[in-house]
Design a protein around this ligand. Structure first.
Ligand SMILES: Cc1cc2nc3c(=O)[nH]c(=O)nc-3n(C[C@H](O)[C@H](O)[C@H](O)COP(=O)(O)OP(=O)(O)OC[C@H]3O[C@@H](n4cnc5c(N)ncnc54)[C@H](O)[C@@H]3O)c2cc1C
Length: 411
C-alpha cells in the first residue's frame, strides 16, 4: 500500500491549489494528487473561453449562494491574484472587475500550477479514480480505494477536491459526492447552475441564433425575484447568455410557473418606448409592418416582436393604430418565455448543492471524519459568472491544504 502524509483527491483548480499550499506549508510532507483523468486540470483549460477568468475585484459574500457562504470568512484574506503572482503569472482586471492572467491563456495558468507541483515534489497520480474511502482512521491514517484495484492508498490527511457534476467530460462526475453520502456526510441536493434555461421550443425557434441586449427578469407567480442586464442569446429551445446564467439557479428554488421576461429597451420607460414607436411610425409609414422595428432591433427580432404583440398584424406600418402601439411597446418591455427546465448538468458551468456547511469546521476539515478535508465546487456554494467560482476553488483549496499540512505537522 502506498502511504502519504496528504492525499488530495481531484486534480482540478481546488486540488492543485491544495497540494501546492500543503507543500509550501511543510516541504517535508509527502503529498499526492489523485486524478481520474489522464491529465490534471482539464476543466481549467475550458474556463473563460480558454482565457481563465480566475478571480474578480468584487469577491464578497453577496456574490455567492449556498450554505458554505459562511466559510468565506476563512478565505477572505487569501488573494488568488497574489497566489498566481507567486507562481510567476501576472493577472489584470478588465473594466468590469473580472481578473484574468495578463496573457489571457488558461494553458499558462495550468502550466504554472503543474510546474509548481513538480518543483515542490507533489506526486501526481493520473488515470486513477477513487471509488471509496475507509472512514476508520487506523493508526492515524485514512485509506482510499481506487477503481480496478484491491490495494488502497493511505494518508494521514485527505483532501476531497472532486468538484460537482457539470460537464463530466472535463472530469467531475459526482463520484466524490457519492463517496461522501456513503460516509454519512450530509450533502444538499445537486442542481445545475450557470446554465441555459429551456423554454417552449416553438416560441424560441424563430429567434435561433439571435442575440439582444436586455434586462432579463426572473418572474415566478407573476413576481420579479431578480433581474440581470446583459446579452441574451437564443438557441434551439434555449434562452442563454451570461445574464440568464446568473439567474438560472432560481429555477431550482421556484421551478413552477417561472418565466424569463426580457426588457429589450431597458434604458427607456414604457411611455418613452410608445412615444418612440409613434415617431418611427410617421417616418416609416410606407414600409411593411414586419420592418417597423428593424431600425431598433435586427429584422428577425423586430418581426418576431410584432408577431408576438399582434394577433393579426396589418400589412403596412401606416395601419398600426394606437392600441397596437401600446401592445408592441409592452411586448418590447416584457417579452416573456416560460421556463420549462434547465439545459442540465452537461451544459452547466457549475453545480449547486454539495457538502453542507454544518459538516465542516472553518478549517475545511469535516466534523465527522478527523483528518478528512473538502474544498472547491464539491461544497454547497456557488457564485455568479465572472471569476467568483475559480476564486473560491483556488482559495478554499489553498486554505484546506495549509490546514491539513499544519495539522499533520502537529501530530
Ligand atoms: C466550460 C466552463 C467554463 C468555466 N469558466 C469559468 C471562469 O471563467 N471563471 C470561473 O470562476 N469559473 C469558471 N467555471 C467554473 C470553474 O471551472 C469551477 O468552479 C472550478 O473548476 C471548480 O474547481 P474544483 O477543483 O472544485 O473542481 P473541478 O475543476 O471539477 O476538478 C475536480 C477534479 O477532480 C477529479 N475527480 C473527480 N472525481 C474523482 C475521483 N473519484 N477520483 C479522482 N479524481 C476525481 C476530476 O477529474 C477533476 O479533475 C467554468 C466551468 C466550466 C465547465
Amino acid at each position: 500500500m502506498k502511504r502519504y502524509d496528504i492525499a488530495v483527491i481531484g486534480g482540478g483548480a481546488s486540488g492543485l491549489a491544495a497540494a501546492i499550499s500543503a507543500k509550501r506549508t511543510d516541504r517535508n510532507l509527502s503529498v499526492a494528487v489523485i486524478e481520474r483523468l489522464p491529465k490534471v486540470g482539464k476543466k481549467i483549460l475550458a474556463t473563460g473561453n480558454g482565457r481563465c477568468n480566475l478571480s474578480n475585484n468584487y469577491v464578497s459574500t453577496e456574490t455567492y449562494t449556498g450554505t458554505c457562504r459562511t466559510l468565506l470568512s476563512s478565505t477572505q484574506n487569501f488573494s488568488v491574484p497574489e497566489f498566481f503572482y507567486s507562481l510567476g503569472v501576472i493577472c489584470e482586471a478588465d473594466s468590469t472587475g473580472r481578473i484574468y492572467p495578463r496573457c489571457h491563456s488558461a494553458a499558462s495558468v495550468l502550466d504554472a500550477l503543474r510546474l509548481e507541483c513538480t518543483k515542490l515534489g507533489v506526486e501526481v497520480i493520473c488515470d486513477t479514480e477513487v471509488c471509496s474511502i475507509d472512514r476508520k482512521n487506523i493508526s492515524g491514517h485514512l485509506t482510499l480505494f481506487v477503481k480496478g484495484s484491491d490495494e488502497g492508498i493511505s494518508a494521514k490527511k485527505m483532501i476531497l477536491a472532486g468538484g460537482g457534476m457539470s460537464q463530466s467530460a472535463l472530469g467531475s462526475n459526482g463520484s466524490i459526492l457519492d463517496i461522501c453520502r456513503g460516509l454519512a456526510i450530509e450533502t444538499k441536493p445537486l442542481f445545475p447552475v450557470l446554465v441555459p434555461l429551456r423554454t417552449d421550443p416553438k416560441l424560441v425557434k424563430p429567434l435561433k441564433g439571435q442575440r439582444a441586449d436586455a434586462n432579463a427578469m426572473f418572474f415566478t407567480h407573476g413576481k420579479c425575484v431578480q433581474h440581470e442586464r446583459g446579452e441574451v442569446q437564443f438557441t434551439d429551445g434555449l434562452v442563454s447568455g451570461i445574464c440568464v446564467f446568473d439567474l438560472s439557479y432560481l429555477y431550482n428554488l421556484y421551478s413552477s410557473e417561472s418565466e424569463i421576461r426580457l426588457d429589450l429597451l431597458p434604458d427607456i420607460s414604457g411611455t418613452a418606448v410608445a412615444e418612440l414607436l409613434r415617431s418611427i411610425k410617421t417616418m416609416r409609414a410606407e414600409t411593411s409592418s414586419e420592418d417597423f422595428l428593424s431600425g431598433i432591433f435586427t429584422r428577425t427580432l423586430g418581426a418576431y416582436i410584432i408577431k408576438r404583440a399582434l394577433k393579426s398584424p396589418p400589412e403596412k406600418t401606416a395601419d398600426i393604430d394606437e392600441s397596437m402601439i401600446t401592445k408592441i411597446a409592452s411586448t418590447i418591455k416584457m417579452l416573456a418565455f416560460p421556463i420549462l427546465g434547465t439545459a442540465g448538468f452537461e451544459r452547466s458551468q457549475l453545480t449547486g448543492g454539495g457538502i453542507a456547511a454544518e459538516e465542516l469546521y472553518d478549517t475545511f476539515e469535516l466534523k465527522k471524519i478527523k483528518g478528512l478535508y473538502a474544498c472547491g465546487e464539491l461544497l454547497d456554494i456557488y457564485g455568479r459568472c465572472g471569476g467568483f467560482n475559480l476564486d473560491f476553488a483556488f482559495s478554499s483549496g489553498a486554505i484546506a491544504g495549509r490546514n491539513a499540512a499544519l495539522d499533520t505537522k502537529h501530530h
